[in-house]
Write a protein that binds this ligand. Sequence first.
Ligand code: PLP
Length: 315
Amino acid sequence: MAEHFKQDSVTAVAVRIDAEHPHGVVFDPHQPQLRVTDLGAVRGDGVFETMYALQGHVRKVDAHLQRLRRSSTITEIGIPPEESWRAAVELGLEEFRVRGQLPEHLSIRLTATRGVDGEPASDDPQFAGTYWALFTQVSETMLENRAKPISVTLLDRGYDAGAAERAPWLLLSAKTLSYAVNMSALRWAKNHGFDDVIFTTSDGQILEAPTSTVLVLKKEADGPRLITPVLETGILPGTSQGAIFAAAEEAGWKLGYGPLTPEDLYDADHVWLCSSIRLATPVARIGDHELAVDEGYTAQLISFLEQDKPVNHPV
Ligand code: PLP
């Protein structure tokens, strides 16, 4: 263990994967690592996943690795095989244990970039780019805020519901590193007095939030129905939504997939934004429309996530 790790009170660990270290090697995330010519930095040309580990148990690993593979196929960025990522995750967790402090709440971010233009890191396309896993403690602010009701604004994402199918080069459903637009929308929302954003298509369909999936609950005569937008519009297939749906179905709840309009959200009994780290955050207001918040249902969704069911998306 390097000296700087012992002195490092910031609980961050990083693991690199390359052809020489197909099962990963620990490096210091506080030291420079990435070449300035890496296309991940130059063009945002890469893909990533963010996973949540509670007490060292990483949730929905299979679903995240499947989605990473899917993003890599869409972007044609070669990535190491699944066993490399699994080994890297284990190595990172072990590094925390060796340091004697495995944080209770960890964010594990897997990143793969296209690497340095014209200089593949290996002849093997599975290792030609740049790959790492970054483990950081989930902030206190996130932990305190994630179940607190929020206000959101609807923002036009600037393309219609058919764009994903018509224009696959837009990479709409891949989880790429190019999140500048998503972050800009969040800043816009905050500057206008909202906590978060729900994107719509230019023809008025509900998409997703900049870092979360939209989940709607309708109370029907024979029980609750959970509804989420269709994936055909190019939104990210959410692993949290998928895990919630899997557990809810077993609990006898009904499920549904949009298309959803803003009116569907205003008329819903409850709306949440879901993601791996935030879990299920209730939405109390969309623009000028107040929504009811129910702590019992929020707790139920969070307990569905605790079951960590395999995710099965309809596409
Ligand atoms: N949609 C977008 C655009 C995201 O970035 C994310 C997660 O970061 C999600 C949805 C939620 O995905 P998951 O539940 O797999 O974390």
